[in-house]
Design a protein around this ligand. Sequence first.
Ligand SMILES: C[S@@+](CC[C@H](N)C(=O)[O-])C[C@H]1O[C@@H](n2cnc3c(N)ncnc32)[C@H](O)[C@@H]1O
Length: 334
Amino acid sequence: MSNDTDTESNESTSNCGAKTDTSSDSGSKCGASSSDDSSSSKCGGSSSSDSSSNCGSSSKKETTEEKVGATVDDFDADPGQLIAVGLGPGHPEGMTQRAKDALLEADHIVGYTTYIELIPDEITEQAEDIYDTPMCGEVSRTEESVDRTLAGNDVAIVGSGDPNVYALAGLALEILESKGATASMVEFEVVPGVPAAQSCGARLGAPLVNDTVSISLSDHLVPMPEIESRLHAAAKESFTITIYNPWSRKRRENFQKCCEILLTHRDPETPVGIVHAAGREDEEVMITELGELEDLGESEIIDMTTTIVVGNEETYVWDDRMVTPRGYETKYDY
Ligand SMILES: C[S@@+](CC[C@H](N)C(=O)[O-])C[C@H]1O[C@@H](n2cnc3c(N)ncnc32)[C@H](O)[C@@H]1O
């Protein structure tokens, strides 16, 4: 099973963070003062001796293990641009033209290895540097992207779907702020991508055309009792519910609890759509009923690359498609 998520990573064991070397060097940690050295990357990274890093392994292109890190005052260069780019579901046709252009314009592309591998070769080959972290967490990766930007590089930090949906756009702004920088200083921009809920909804038919709530079952950042109370609130009302981060070996119990909560408010026959790896080679789609969902937790279709769509009271299945009426039938004859 793939592990396509930020939340499986263990931040506390990450050795990729720029924080590891902030105290050791009074000068720029990115060679930012060498403004004449315009032909090469402005990420000197010589400040870090982190040779034991388990990050930055190569994917399509030679990657770097060089690290940078500091507060805004440690950088002498004019900051570059920082763009959070949403790649959409996975296939190149699912990327927006704006996303492709933003990646082509970036000097450095930063992201989780799985996401970097989703980017077409002709784009990654144009980049001066790719920084991908297969095992390290989203905080160190995002901090790396901010540091590289403050060092004068134009940086794109990428993620699947949309950068505003359980992703790194907000973290990038928070880290910029914590370093004493500003969003305008780095011309921070978010390039939207198609979120998993929409990609998966498209595979299932039309389940999302009325009010919808998204809930992530990842308890990495939000405690499980809070997730449970959100599930109760959403299931009690007439929302279609999209469930992100539904299952992992460590989260078996979260998934079971989620199914229990849904069944306390919704009929066991409520249609449920399950989409694994939308837009990727191993895509799988299933439409089932809420009463069957818990048992499917142990099957391959539900893992951390799956999004589950739980219909509302009016959702029905017609010709293998989930349909959630918008309400037109109450006003119009057709
Ligand atoms: C950390 S969230 C990132 C969401 C992403 N920013 C978005 O807009 O879709 C990761 C979760 O998104 C969902 N997901 C991401 N890509 C998916 C895909 N191709 N097919 C189905 N679900 C996907 C899964 O629920 C996964 O656990």
